[in-house]
Design a protein around this ligand. Structure first.
Ligand code: OGA
Ligand code: MN
Length: 297
């Protein structure tokens, strides 16, 4: 029998490029420090963690997320303002409409591979997504290991990006919708957004990852547009390879957390007549950096 207060945490890797299930943890109760440390270590190792069969209300989701750091307010939305009072750190992700008005973000569309909010100077450490309603099929979320993408990059491509930075456009979301208050970008070099190193050193693991935000309107600083386009196309073709990815098929009560510093994600479209409802929160991050000493062989 387990001693009171002593929780065992079991980590079951998904077996592919990233992802692991955490078994034996009830997230509606505070984790003791030992269990929290085990979860955090598993997160750094596996990049994406899944906790199945949870029963979380909003305060419970926020309390667990806050163990990893301060939380961000919701990002700027495309369609409507879906601030989820009284919890501004929670964003509703949903296609559901009430009285013809969407109650959440991202609708039922496909969301292309992306990093969350990389168009800001400081970018979230990670996000937590908790499922309340899931469609019978579709709406799977894919995650991709950007350490692995960098490690396997052909040598000439790697040489071409060492020391280079990319501009991350902030005007459109991952479903391609123009955000409220933004105008269309005609030249990516004029796009609003932040500039970050393309090779990013993870501040906790000290490992380097390929750091791409969104393909659309991206450009590599200091290169002519045609060279920038060519390099970005080759980088994205590589990063999107299925061998770096793992897909989550949602069940109600799944909580997924991903490390936004070393994993990208995407979502399949689903039938707009079905309902999908998730509550989401994200951990405030830091300014992406590259530590050249990590490249010393
Ligand atoms: C997100 C996101 C995908 C999904 O919450 O940042 O991209 O599966 N969500 O809803
Ligand atoms: Mn996202």
């Amino acid at each position: 029998m387990d001693l009171p207060g002593k929780k065992s945490v079991t980590v079951v890797p998904a077996g592919g490029a990233l992802g692991a299930d955490i078994i034996g943890v009830d997230l509606s109760r505070p984790l003791d420090d030992g269990a929290f440390k085990a979860v955090e270590a598993a997160w750094h190792r596996h990049l994406v963690l899944r906790f199945r069969g949870q029963r979380l209300d909003d305060p419970g989701l926020l309390a667990f997320a806050r163990r990893f750091g301060a939380l961000d307010k919701a990002p700027v939305h495309a369609v409507n303002d879906t601030d989820h009072d009284p919890y501004p750190e929670i964003t509703v992700m949903s296609n559901i409409k009430v009285d013809g008005k969407p109650i959440g973000n991202l609708g039922h569309y496909e969301a292309e591979w992306h990093t969350d909010m990389s168009y800001n100077e400081t970018t979230p450490i990670g996000s937590l997504l908790y499922s309340l309603e899931v469609p019978p099929e579709g709406g799977d979320t894919g995650f991709s290991n950007m350490y692995r993408a960098l490690e396997t990059l052909p040598a000439d491509l790697k040489r071409a990006i060492v020391g280079r930075s990319c501009k991350h456009d902030s005007s459109r979301n991952s479903a391609g919708e123009l955000r409220k208050g933004y105008t269309d970008v005609t030249d990516p070099r004029d796009a609003p957004g932040a500039v970050h190193p393309i090779i990013r050193t993870h501040p906790a693991t000290r490992r380097n990852a390929l750091f791409l935000g969104r393909r659309r309107n991206a450009c590599i600083v200091g290169l002519p547009m045609d060279e920038s386009e060519d390099l970005l196309n080759r980088l994205w073709a590589h990063a999107g390879k299925p061998e770096f990815a793992w897909y989550q098929k949602w069940k109600v009560g799944d909580l997924i957390m991903w490390d936004n510093r070393c994993a990208m994600h995407r979502r399949d479209a689903f039938d707009p007549a079905s309902r999908r409802l998730m509550h989401r929160t994200q951990i405030k991050g830091d300014k992406p950096f590259f530590d050249p000493s990590t490249l010393a062989a």
